[in-house]
Design a protein. Structure first.
Length: 302
């Protein structure tokens, strides 16, 4: 047992060194979510402000509070998408090892297959968590500059949700990327995923504007609940400020920006989203373990 833990620690350290050695890769892993934030600040912020004002239907709301509400919506999307895309990108280390037959060399050593798999998983969690926490720090800095309405509970909730989202993304990406044999195929997949995931989870566009069939389809994507929970935590402070002065406006904004979700006909809020999201984490943990057990059995049988 001690030997397996030592081997896993060395494998995790090796993966982290490989990742950090590629400084360009590290830079772009961090730059991608920050570019989305920058595009919002420079170009998309006014568009979302216009959407919020349209949802208010002429009800007067202080501009700085409304802007903080809209800022929270975009930052929630940036965080939800970053956890997914960074995790999938970081799997490039495992796939490169498989492509160059390094993984085969590792597996013929006395180290167990489960130790190797878990080491890749842990390194992915560490890399994704560090990058996403940096993005989160930048997001908090932006809110402190533009308008801070988060409570201490909101901040700790966002931190906890970030780590849970990283864990969920790592479980899913480990499962999905285990089927890739080349870095080219993986890179193409990550490119498609990065372009689509923000819309499929309702991170860049409120789910309420989707056709009904699409609204039900996105309910099967775990990131949808992560994005929904981030929205509630980032936007709740500003929404409470609006509700204190103009209660009808707050309800219109809550519905218009999908802070509540239609879960197959039932309306769910933050608490239900967190429970469902936690359930998907356990589900993919079970699936990962089952796939690993099946592959291990087939290898030993052959």
């Amino acid at each position: 047992m001690k030997g397996e833990l030592l081997a896993m620690g060395r494998l995790v350290g090796r993966s982290l060194r490989i990742f950090l050695r590629d400084k360009v890769g590290v830079f772009f892993s961090l730059l991608a979510p920050l570019i989305v934030l920058l595009l919002y600040v420079l170009f998309l912020g006014e568009v979302q402000m216009s959407s919020a004002e349209a949802a208010l239907q002429g009800v007067p709301v202080e501009e700085n509070v409304l802007r903080a509400f809209v800022d929270g919506w975009m930052l929630a999307g940036v965080m939800a998408v970053s956890c997914i895309t960074v995790s999938f990108s970081a799997q490039n280390i495992m796939i490169a090892d498989r492509e160059r037959n390094v993984l085969s060399d590792i597996l013929v050593s006395p180290v167990g297959r489960q130790t190797v798999t878990f080491a890749y998983f842990v390194s992915n969690v560490v890399v994704t968590a560090v990058i996403c926490l940096v993005v989160l720090a930048v997001s908090f800095g932006y809110l402190a500059f533009s308008g801070w309405y988060l409570s201490a509970g909101d901040v700790f909730g966002i931190l906890g949700l970030t780590l849970l989202s990283v864990l969920s993304a790592a479980l899913i990406s480990t499962l999905v990327c285990s089927f890739f044999k080349s870095t080219n195929a993986h890179g193409a997949f990550v490119g498609i995923l990065s372009a689509a995931i923000g819309f499929l989870t309702g991170a860049y566009m409120p789910i309420s504007v989707f056709p009904t069939a699409v609204q039900y389809l996105v309910l099967f994507i775990p990131g949808t609940y992560s994005a929904g929970a981030f929205r509630n935590l980032f936007m709740n402070g500003a929404l409470s400020e609006i509700a204190a002065s103009v209660p009808p406006a707050a309800e219109g904004l809550r519905e218009g920006f999908s802070m509540n979700m239609d879960f197959f006909g039932a309306t769910i809020g933050l608490g239900e989203m967190l429970w469902i999201f936690a359930g998907t984490v356990l589900l993919f943990l079970a699936i990962d373990l089952l796939v690993h057990f099946v592959r291990r059995s087939s290898k030993s049988g052959s």
